[in-house]
Design a protein around this ligand. Structure first.
Ligand code: PMP
Length: 398
């Protein structure tokens, strides 16, 4: 099957996964093998595959009303939005719905520029914000390379670890002229670039600097939202008060391409008398809203929360065991998201790891794990054992 492209890859020889179906926390291949989904597919299947609550919610909506106008007002839209605002606990605000993480970031940037009347956006080096040109322009990693991005409007700020009190960040923004800077965008916890967690001093400094200059703070929670990092949203753990929050992936558990931007009320109010020049055919898509409603039911369920609590301890213990066994050089962990670095030692390739029945995310010497939040602790333990034996061959020399 070579008639479809595989994303972010040279096409010749790119491995493909002959998958028959998926259930719970695993993929079942055409040869019957079961592969543990150690990164929740692409970090979106946080509630597993074939999750009955989400499936039922989407199926019901598919039959009742699968399509709606952006102007449509219906009970599911009101209910899901109200529940989402409650879960965000970020103060009064409004939601703009999208169909992907890139679109959430794209629309947040458009709104921030429009509201402030400013052009520039500050963004980090180690970051990914999406594949469309606006989102790619603020992305720091290799995926930006070679595209006609809006470099002249991006102020590239250092990583928090290198600038813990944001002194250099302040200097860079002051040099560019703070009154030209519409927003500072950051993943609340860095995702695919290595699970970097900013210290409280950095958050405090950038928040007071942004407030001082009317720069909007945009938290990209596309990957970290909906329980991935220990709280419903990572900004809640860090005590951050964003002006906008970008969401996708876990918002629908990946069942429907869906996303959202939360906009704080004082920012949102601008559009009461100005045209909101943002839109999508599938705006506030009923199937996405139904999946979100299902996700919110799951998050509220005591049995899900009880399992998650013990899963988080199993996850932390499994990570710790890998770190000790293979003498990892660094580890970063928040909730059910972790990155482990193995110095200069090479990790097995993605397809080698599939041979050992685990689907993980690797990048150079970096291993990222983010299992479904609905996995059973015993299954996660078994998956760690499989992963350890897969790593044995290439890392035992360490
Ligand atoms: N922001 C972050 C932090 C992401 O991890 C991703 C996707 N990996 C995106 C934005 C873009 O989301 P999408 O691929 O749904 O457009």
């Amino acid at each position: 099957m070579n008639d479809t492209f595989i994303s972010w890859s040279r096409q010749r020889g790119v491995p493909r996964l002959p998958v028959e179906r998926a259930g719970g926390d695993e993929f079942i291949l055409t040869d019957g093998r079961r592969i543990y989904d150690f990164v929740s597919t692409s970090f979106q299947s946080s509630f597993g595959h074939g999750q009955p609550v989400i499936v039922a919610a989407v199926r019901k909506q598919l039959e009742e009303m699968a399509i709606a106008l952006p102007k449509a007002d219906f009970s599911l839209k009101r209910r899901a939005t109200e529940r989402l605002l409650k879960l965000l606990e970020a103060g009064p605000g409004r939601i703009f719905y999208t169909t992907s993480g890139s679109e959430s970031v794209e629309n947040a940037l458009k709104m921030a520029r429009r509201v402030t009347g400013r052009t520039h956006v500050a963004a980090r080096h180690k970051s990914y914000h999406g594949a469309s040109l606006g989102a790619l322009s603020v992305t720091g990693d290799w995926r930006r390379n070679g595209h006609l991005t809006l470099e002249e409007y991006t102020i590239r700020i250092p990583e928090p670890a290198a600038d813990p009190a944001a002194v250099e960040t302040r200097r860079l923004i002051e040099a560019a002229g703070p009154n030209r800077v519409a927003a500072l965008i950051t993943e609340t916890v860095t995702g695919t670039n290595g699970v970097y967690i900013a210290p409280p001093s950095w958050w405090q400094a950038i928040q007071s600097f942004c407030r001082e200059h009317g720069i909007l703070l945009i938290c990209d929670e596309v990957l970290t939202g909906f329980g991935r990092c220990g709280a419903p949203f990572a900004f809640q753990t860090d005590g951050v008060q964003p002006d906008m929050v970008c969401l996708s992936k876990g918002i629908s558990g990946g069942y429907i391409p869906f996303g959202a931007v939360w906009v704080a009320e004082p920012v949102a109010r601008f559009f009461d008398d100005e045209v909101l020049s943002c839109g999508l055919t599938s705006y506030a898509h009923p199937l996405g809203l139904a999946a979100l409603d299902g996700v919110l039911d799951i998050l509220e369920s005591p049995s899900f929360q009880a399992n998650l609590q013990s899963l988080e301890s199993t996850f932390a213990a499994g990570i710790h065991q890998l770190v000790t066994q293979f003498h990892a050089s660094e580890v970063r962990l928040r909730g059910m998201l972790a990155a482990i670095e193995f110095g200069s030692r090479a990790l097995p390739t993605w397809d080698q790891l599939i041979q050992d029945n685990v689907h993980v995310f690797t990048k150079g010497n970096l291993l990222i794990l983010a299992p479904p939040l609905t996995s059973a602790p015993a299954r996660l333990q078994q998956a760690f054992a499989n992963l350890a034996s897969a790593l044995e061959g290439s890392l035992k020399s360490g």
